[in-house]
Design a protein around this ligand. Structure first.
Ligand code: ZN
Length: 323
């Protein structure tokens, strides 16, 4: 049925183009031969009508295609052909209720939070890594109200490998460092809005007891190293300058405490060929950096980018980041 409507609209559109072309041709001929101003004006009005008809038919065609697409491809696809399709069919979003068509070009945002503060209690975030808790609540409410999908790390892995598509509205929420403010302020918000998140903890500071206490269907703990979250010889994260044995022992200890090696988060985002090699040796499937950006199929799964959330981010800013 939809296909029939699309075909009819295409035919209608083609007829409009032909009418328009004929009118333009006669207009040009007339002007060249006689220069009759009255006639030109009349033809111009006819042209405008014809062009309006074409615009309307294109809008109808786009709406029909949007409806088809929303059913058939409401997913983040793992190929790049659809990026071209998205450009070919330009949807005027203000004239259709369908807001997401062919958004495979958008990639998967992995949001990165750190600490939280409560302005209503007079607290002030120390630096840009602090998110005001009522702002965080609004952001999580938005995800919940708009039925976002929170893929597991296994699904993220398959997405990066090009083996799996994800629902269009997919987002991953990560919170680094396991600060007191995360436990006190953010966890209740995640629970309230039923938003699934991953807390990257330094396992020499937060151990199995806390994990057992807080782990839930919506809260997963993952490794931010066992004891690499401090400066090394060169002033950067010490993972970069550790020996093979030091790094190996740290990674094996931390994954034993976490109970999984699905994903690792580089302290300070610092990484190089050595850190990648060590994560491979110890079986990690994914690793997150602080490189800004979204995740696309085909990316290096051991240096994935993230979308940094900062103090003072407005809700509209957030909405742009997850859409
Ligand atoms: Zn950190």
């Amino acid at each position: 049925m939809r296909n029939a409507v699309i075909v009819m609209l295409i035919i209608f559109n083609a007829v409009c183009i032909m009418v328009s072309a004929t009118l333009i041709y006669s207009f040009v001929s007339d002007k060249n031969s006689s220069g009759n101003i009255g006639m030109s004006k009349e033809l111009t009005n006819a042209q405008i009508e014809s062009l309006n008809a074409q615009v309307n038919s294109l809008e109808n065609l786009n709406a029909a295609q949007s409806n088809t697409n929303i059913v058939q491809s409401n997913i983040i696809q793992s190929n790049t052909t659809s990026a071209k399709d998205a450009q070919t069919v330009k949807i005027d979003k203000s004239k259709t209720t369908v807001s997401k068509v062919n958004t495979s070009v958008r990639g998967l945002p992995i949001l990165m939070y750190h600490n939280f503060y409560d302005a209503s209690k007079g607290e002030k975030g120390k630096d840009n890594n602090y998110t005001e808790i009522s702002a965080f609540a609004k952001q999580m409410k938005y995800l919940s109200d708009n039925n976002y999908y929170y893929p597991s790390w296994k699904e993220v892995y398959e997405f990066v490998e090009g083996k799996k598509s994800l629902p269009n509205k997919s987002v991953v929420v990560t919170i680094d460092d396991g600060s007191q403010s995360f436990f006190k302020l953010a966890i209740p918000i995640l629970a309230k809005y039923n938003v699934k998140a991953t807390s990257f903890i330094i396992t020499s500071k937060i151990g199995s007891k806390t994990i057992a206490q807080y782990e839930s269907p919506i809260l997963e703990f993952a490794s931010h190293s066992h004891d690499m979250h401090r400066a090394g010889k060169d002033g950067k994260g010490r993972f970069l300058t550790m020996t093979y044995d030091e790094a190996y022992n740290d990674l094996m200890t931390t994954q034993k405490i976490i109970g999984s090696n699905d994903v690792f988060c580089y302290p300070y985002g610092d990484h190089n060929d050595f850190t990648k090699k060590m994560l491979t040796v110890t079986g990690y499937k994914l690793a997150l950096t602080i490189i800004p950006g979204r995740v696309y199929p085909g990316m290096d799964r051991l240096t994935l980018p993230r979308v940094r959330m900062s103090k003072g981010d407005s809700l509209s800013n957030f909405i742009t980041r997850v859409n």
